[in-house]
Design a protein around this ligand. Structure first.
Ligand code: UD1
Length: 416
């Protein structure tokens, strides 16, 4: 067990280099299963979710080599099609192995995936898509067996689900005929995955739109790709800059992927300078309140809802934050309130009375982005904040302690 201790109130100055996107990398690595060759992926964040994906690849029989932020995967030696529950439960993105194994070997067996507890998070759209492609899905308690004699292209509808879009891409690139994924998610991480599949020889059109057309091919070959910058990690540090920045530069980012956050910060009259691949943030005493609703990309990301809550407790007036993607992504609220915030949950909306002053307390990181919101609270609070169960945070933020320490935060990680 680990905990993070933060002494609040220190300005953040200097440069934070953003890592590769977790949500891209966790899909790019399993996609290597689909090809008959070697896949090289660079700018991979070294976080525990990636360790878990590597562990599953090795368990299946793939050869995985790592050198700094570069991972090379040779999946031609894969023997297993079944993923044990202990591995599947380590992370949400283990579900990508279902699509990749089904697409390549027409068979997979896996339990319901793990991941943050932020709502029901069913995988019905993934399973329905597998069935529509011709697979038979059977389940025994929590274990799913998915197999097909043949996968045949068809029309699929995924209601903008990120995971279902990627999984059905995986299961259709080698299928017979044409698959059309309607209402596909358009997140930049999906475009990153489409690009790797195209580099392997997949025939996919409609990249970056909500209609993906896949002409199945016989085989795929080895290829390489760079993981795009993590827009959620970037957004978290940008919000840290609005809270405590003194010329805090957040670099190695694609500002276009952050338009919805930047628009909101500009509405709040935050001190933000946008450069080609970085932004510079300065704290301002008075920021305007704002009403935000989470949406699928390019709308305001649900993954920044919790970090943004912390900033909204400090602005000059009352704000609202409506969560439209998950029904229960509010576990950070009670801890922020214990620290001095005044937030009420009304159905799926946060009513934030502000400004309030945050004070250091002992709080719990119940999930990844709740943990990020508490780190931000700790950085701006008066006194010392202790955050427990920080394994959730370390799953998704590469070197978060070092990155914040390097720009002046008084933060440390302790074993307990
Ligand atoms: C991905 C991201 C996560 C992000 C989310 C929304 C990864 C590994 N995780 O999660 O960080 O918060 O997108 O941007 O990339 N749904 C169903 N049935 C399904 C699938 C989804 O009802 O079969 C619902 C979910 O419960 C949720 C909504 O659709 O309410 C969005 O889920 P989805 O886009 O699939 O999110 P994830 O892929 O789980």
């Amino acid at each position: 067990m680990k905990q993070i201790i933060i002494e609040g109130g220190h300005p953040l100055h200097g440069k934070i280099v953003v890592s590769g996107a977790k949500n891209s990398a966790v899909a790019l690595l399993p996609s290597a299963i689909l090809c008959d060759g070697v896949v090289t992926i660079d700018n991979v964040p070294m976080i525990s979710d990636i360790e878990a994906i590597k562990e599953i690849l090795v368990y299946l029989g793939a050869k995985v080599e790592c050198e700094n932020d570069k991972i090379t995967i040779d999946s031609r030696t894969i023997q297993n099609r079944v993923i044990p529950e202990s591995l599947a439960k380590k992370l949400r993105a283990s579900y990508y192995f279902m699509g990749a194994l089904l697409g390549k070997f027409k068979k997979t067996e896996m339990s319901f995936p793990g991941g943050c507890s932020i709502g029901a998070r069913p995988i019905d759209l993934h399973l329905k898509g597998f069935e529509d492609l011709g697979a038979k899905v059977s389940s025994n308690e929590n274990q799913y067996l998915v197999q097909a004699t043949k996968l045949i292209g068809t029309d699929l509808y995924v209601k903008h689900s990120v995971g279902a879009t990627v999984n059905l891409l995986f299961s259709s690139v080698l299928a017979d005929g044409i698959t059309i994924i309607h209402d596909a998610a358009k997140e930049p991480e999906i475009t990153n995955v489409v690009e790797l599949l195209q580099n392997m020889g997949a025939n996919i059109s409609g990249k970056g739109t909500d209609t993906l057309v896949i002409h199945g091919v016989e085989t795929l070959h080895g290829a390489s790709i760079s993981v795009i910058p993590d827009r959620i990690e970037a957004g978290t540090y940008i919000i840290a800059g609005a809270l405590c920045g003194n010329q805090l530069e957040i670099t190695n980012i694609n500002p276009e992927h952050l338009n919805s956050l930047i628009d909101i910060l500009q509405k709040m009259q935050a001190d933000i300078t946008i450069l080609k691949d970085s932004v510079i943030m300065n704290h301002k005493e008075t920021l305007l309140p704002v009403n935000i609703k989470t949406e699928v990309y390019p709308g305001f990301p649900t993954d920044l809802q919790q970090p943004m809550t912390t900033l909204l407790t400090t602005v000059s007036g009352n704000s609202t934050l409506e969560e439209t993607i998950y029904e229960n992504r509010f576990k950070h609220v009670s801890y922020l309130n214990e620290m001095g915030a005044s937030i009420k949950i009304e159905d799926r909306k946060l009513m934030i009375t502000a400004p309030t002053k945050l004070n250091g307390k002992t709080v719990v990181a119940t999930d990844l982005r709740a943990g990020a919101s508490l780190i931000l609270a700790g950085l701006s609070a008066l006194g010392e904040t202790t955050i427990t169960e920080v394994e959730h945070i370390l799953r998704g933020y590469e070197n978060i302690i070092e990155k914040l320490e390097n720009v002046g935060a008084k933060i440390k990680l302790e074993e307990i």
